[in-house]
Each structure stands twice: as C-alpha cells, then as structure tokens.
Write a protein that binds this ligand. Structure first.
Ligand SMILES: Cc1cc2nc3c(=O)[nH]c(=O)nc-3n(C[C@H](O)[C@H](O)[C@H](O)COP(=O)(O)O)c2cc1C
Length: 307
C-alpha cells in the first residue's frame, strides 16, 4: 500500500536534494518581460538537446508561459541572491534596474549569470499541480562563475570552503568556528553570565574543547553541514567560520536554548557581525522552493568572503 504522504515531510525530503538556482524568462506576446525563480531545472536529452523546468499552475505567469514559443533559463551566480529573491517575490516589475540582452527566441538574458540556455518550447506536459515545460535548446553561453546553490530552503555558497581554507591558512589572529543549528524553526544560542547571546562557537570543530564537544556537553549531538559564512569578526578578534547544521537530542543545561527564528532577541546579541549574519540567515529562510517567499532580502553587511 502506498505510504500516506505528509506534505511537510514531502517538502523536506525534496529539499534534501542540492540544486542550483535559475531564473526562467520569456517575452509575452505584448513584449512584456516576465520570469520566475526556479530550481526545478533539469537536463533531459543530448540529442535532441532538451531541458525541462516545472512551473506551478497557480503562477500568475502560467498563461504567458503556456502561450510562449520559447523561454530562457538563466543559471544564477553566487552574487545573484537578490535576483533570486526578486524573481520569487510579488514585486510588480521583477526586471526593474536589471541589465538584460535579448536571446534568439526573444527571451531576456540576465547579465552576469553563470550560464544561460535559450530554448524553443518543445512540449508542455502535465505535471500535477505544475506544468512541465520541455525546451529545445537553440543557443547557450557558459561563463564558469561560482554558482548559487540551494539546499533545505537556504542558499549555499560552494566557494566558501576555499575562502575558509585561505582564511585559516593566513590567519594572523585567532580563528573560531561556529554553527547555525536549526530545529523546528528555531536556532540554538548560548547565553553568557551577563545574559548575552551568541552562536555556539569554539576554536575548532572536533577534539577536546571543540564545537561538537561543547554541544555534547549540553545534550546535543550535532551534524555539521554546509559552510554558511566566513568573515572577520572584530569582537572575536579573528576569522569566524560558520557552518549550518542539524542536531539530535534535548538540551539539558541553562547555558543554551532554542530561539524562534521569528522572535530572536537581537538586543541581546552584542556581536554585531554575528547578529548581522543571523539576520541574513533568517531572510534566506523566508525563501521557499514552493513560493512561500514573504519579504525582501536584506543587504549583506557581514563581509561574507567570496571570489
Ligand atoms: C529557490 C526557489 C526555487 C523555486 N522554484 C520554483 C520552480 O521550480 N517552479 C515554480 O513554479 N516556482 C518556483 N519557485 C517559486 C517562484 O519563483 C515564485 O513563487 C513565483 O514566481 C511567485 O510568483 P507568481 O505567482 O507570479 O509566479 C521557486 C522559488 C524559490 C525561492
């Protein structure tokens, strides 16, 4: 018998698959430029050259894409988080202020992408609450930039590992590692004796007095995942490398607690760099692969290292 599918669990399991992010664009019959953020882009066939993208039937752009003879897939670079946010949001003109060129099918190409593929509409297939747009690729360009990644509703910067290694190698001051650990919409913060809050942090991940040991001491077994940020932290007096991660277990100490992502007491986080990074994490978490985006992204001001 088929397993009863819980929507939330289903979305979570789909989010475990790491993807890039694209903006799929077209020009309507009236000449209007439209587009949406999509991570459902997949390669399909080499001969003929086919790719696919799924578009929600609930999209305000459904009819325009169904009537279009072509579309372009713009693969976003790590510097294009804001563009991803804009094309997933309800702003009236998603192209405002953007430089675009026009591809052979008439579809707009966004400047500074990692790569783009211009496609003729080959076939539109039924995909349940989505349509599956099969595109026949007629032109493409590849600029080999660092791509923007996506995993479990958060952006991933694959270039950060290299930056962290360089920062550690050249550190003339102490380095620290920390973790943004999320559980049920809450993140873990440690409290000091003055009631100030901070992310769990240590001089290194494993070993004696390491981050994992510090977490184990309060009852949590942690799994360290993707790198989230690497930055100079004036308060800590060195480079702070922050990972995302998950935990198992129950907190058995007053030293730390889970704080709701919608209700973080920022006044009690006196490390401005950490506070800024947590704010960025919260903004990123509002983005959801199935269109639950609710706000504008906040500008990056923690000096995230990138290429
Ligand atoms: C990372 C990310 C990936 C997304 N992938 C898709 C997708 O593959 N297909 C889709 O229809 N919507 C996807 N969305 C949602 C759309 O971008 C967004 O909900 C939609 O453009 C909302 O506006 P609309 O109703 O005017 O189309 C994604 C959103 C984000 C943030």
């Amino acid at each position: 018998m088929a397993k009863e599918i819980d929507q939330k669990e289903f979305r979570n399991v789909l989010g475990s698959f790491v993807t890039g992010i694209t903006v799929v664009t077209t020009r309507t019959l009236d000449g209007e430029l439209i587009g949406f953020t999509a991570n459902s882009f997949t390669s399909v066939s080499l001969d003929p050259p086919l790719i696919l993208v799924c578009l929600a039937r609930s999209s305000g752009n459904l009819e325009a894409f169904q009537n279009s003879s072509g579309f372009a897939v713009n693969i976003l670079s790590v510097d294009q988080r804001d563009i991803s946010n804009t094309f997933a949001s309800k702003v009236p003109d998603r192209f405002a202020g953007l430089d675009v060129t026009t591809a052979a099918t008439g579809s707009p190409i966004l400047n500074d992408c990692v790569a783009w593929l211009d496609c003729e509409m080959y076939e539109i297939l039924d995909g349940g609450d989505h349509i599956i747009m099969l595109g026949r690729v007629v032109d493409f360009e590849d600029h080999e930039k660092n791509p923007l990644g996506y995993h479990r509703s958060a952006y991933v910067n694959f270039g950060l590992s290299k930056d962290a290694a360089i920062a550690a190698e050249h550190a003339d001051s102490a380095t620290a590692v920390g973790a943004l650990l999320e559980h049920d919409g809450k993140i873990l913060l440690f409290k000091d004796e003055n009631g100030q809050l901070d992310l769990p942090a240590a001089q290194h991940v494993g070993g004696d007095d390491g981050l994992l040991e510090k977490l184990a001491a309060i009852g949590l077994e942690a799994e360290i995942g993707f790198l989230f940020a690497v930055f100079e932290d004036p308060k800590r007096g060195g480079t702070f490398t922050c990972y995302r991660g998950t935990t198992h277990g129950e907190i058995n100490s007053d030293e730390a607690a889970w704080f709701d992502l919608n209700d973080i007491p920022f006044a009690k986080i006196d490390d401005a760099a950490v506070s800024s990074m947590v704010r960025r994490y919260i903004e990123d978490r509002k983005i959801d692969a199935f269109g639950l985006f609710t706000g504008d992204s906040e500008s990056d001001n923690v000096g995230i290292l990138s290429d």
